[in-house]
Design a protein around this ligand. Structure first.
Ligand code: MN
Length: 156
């Protein structure tokens, strides 16, 4: 397991001061469609997905743009091949099991090692947008686990 999965990059003041209430309308990449049932059942709240790079054998590196409404987060889960998150908008959280949640802001990069149990999602009062880069996808699909409870989420 990695010691420190989060690398903060310099952010300018504009990012910090952006009007988060309108974030869902100010996306860099397409917002896409509301998550299909296949995935939405592993989320609390509404999220949207736009695949920017499809799952294929040529690049073997699917990339999706994920938009979370305020309060939305995914269940605890693991990626057998790992995952990289590139934060593009809003304010959210990333948490690994047994560690404190880390606040995420635009410009943050999260390296999630294979099989590390974690969740990611929006802050209660902010939209949140990240790119999800799936790495080593031949290792298999995500393993979805229990929801992040309201108690866990409200104690961040
Ligand atoms: Mn993940």
């Amino acid at each position: 397991m990695t010691d420190q999965s989060l690398t903060r990059v310099d952010r300018d003041k504009e990012d910090k001061n952006m009007d988060k209430s309108n974030l869902s309308e100010s996306v860099i990449f397409p917002k896409g469609e509301e998550l299909p049932e296949l995935f939405s059942k592993y989320f609390s709240g509404k999220a949207w997905l736009s695949m920017l790079v499809d799952r294929d054998n040529e690049f073997n590196c699917p990339i999706g743009n994920v938009t979370f409404e305020p309060g939305c987060r995914n269940n605890w889960h693991k990626h057998p091949g790992g995952q990289i998150l590139l934060v593009t908008g809003g304010c959210g959280y990333y948490q690994e099991e047994g560690k404190p949640a880390q606040e995420l802001n635009p410009g943050d990069v999260v390296l999630i090692a294979p099989n590390v149990k974690h969740w990611h999602g929006a802050a209660p009062d902010s939209w949140f947008v990240h790119l999800s880069v799936e790495t080593n996808v031949n290792a298999g699909p995500a393993e979805w686990l229990e929801p992040v409870t309201d108690e866990e989420y409200s104690n961040l």
